[in-house]
Design a protein around this ligand. Structure first.
Ligand code: NAD
Length: 263
């Protein structure tokens, strides 16, 4: 593995699991000092920290901040600046999902999804951009979704939040265009993670289907490849965005979706 991030520091939100953990590992393997963040059982967090220790040769700082609370987002950012020295790379990745038709969608689920999937990225970017601008180099990577570009039924809050984060990405890119900082969104299709695999189980139960049909006919209905996107494919895209040859790549919504949004 080329150490393209040697000497860089990164905060990856929601990195105790799934895509965030994959990005944290790819960054650490490329030489970055990474701060882990996220919720989860103590065993899961210890395991993530142990895996990063092997790659970084030192303990990864860790924050359990609940990103539904803006004060905790700000505390997490201050901790990252204190423990990493400065934050060169911010990956806004933490997210949750809930599905229901609009008129049955619980108000508290709407509030939680907008707070965690959208507003937390605003609060973290707002807190960390000044340091990046001052350093003359920075990368903000927002993990959006194919649902940041197109809609599906029953996902009103998720689709609204993900479209919002694609819009925010463009604004931050314009405002930072001459500062050495870039801001991009990655828009994955369905990625093989705990969050997505739970949806296969739900479809199997609700529709009495076996795992293969629940996956290819229902969940991956819109994904022409009929294959999961793998975590490593998303992590490598994040690594490219933060690497040495991508200074002009900014304001983009980069699809990694098996052709979903080409149709
Ligand atoms: P995951 O459930 O495996 O991980 C989510 C992470 O977010 C965990 O670390 C969790 O602790 C953290 N988190 C959740 N709520 C939080 C809160 N209130 N405060 C702090 N941390 C919180 O999910 P994943 O599939 O890896 O998803 C990561 C991101 O990728 C999300 O933004 C998701 O919308 C996006 N995404 C996922 C897929 C997919 O198919 N899995 C596709 C497109 C986009």
């Amino acid at each position: 593995m080329e150490r393209t991030l040697q000497g860089r520091t990164a905060l990856v939100t929601g990195s105790t699991s799934g895509i965030g953990l994959g990005i944290a590992q790819a960054f650490a393997a490329a030489g970055a000092k990474v701060m882990l963040h996220g919720l989860g059982a103590p065993g899961q967090i210890d395991q993530a920290r142990a895996e990063l220790f092997k790659l970084m040769g030192e303990d990864a700082p860790y924050s359990p901040a609940d990103l539904s609370d803006p004060r905790e987002v700000r505390r997490m950012c201050a901790q990252a600046q204190a423990e990493l020295g400065r934050v060169d790379i911010l990956v806004n990745n933490a997210g949750i999902q809930f599905t229901a038709p609009v008129e049955e969608f619980p108000e508290e689920k709407w509030d939680a999804i907008i707070a965690i999937n959208l507003s937390s990225a605003f609060h973290a970017t707002r807190a960390l951009l000044p340091g990046m601008k001052e350093a003359g180099w920075g990368r903000v990577v927002n993990i959006a979704s194919a649902h940041g570009l197109v809609a599906s039924p029953n996902k009103v809050a998720y689709v609204a939040a993900k479209h919002g984060i694609v819009g925010m990405t463009k604004v931050v890119a314009l405002e930072t265009a001459r500062s050495g900082v870039t801001c991009n969104a990655i828009c994955p299709g369905f990625v093989r993670t705990p969050l997505a695999e739970k949806q296969v189980d739900a479809i199997m139960q609700a529709q009495g289907l076996d795992a293969e049909h629940a996956l290819t006919d229902v969940l991956l209905h819109s994904q022409p490849s009929k294959k999961w996107v793998e975590i490593e494919e998303v992590a490598q895209m994040a690594l490219y965005i933060c690497g040495p040859n991508s200074g002009s790549l900014t304001g983009a919504a980069l699809s990694v979706d098996g052709g979903w949004t080409a149709g």
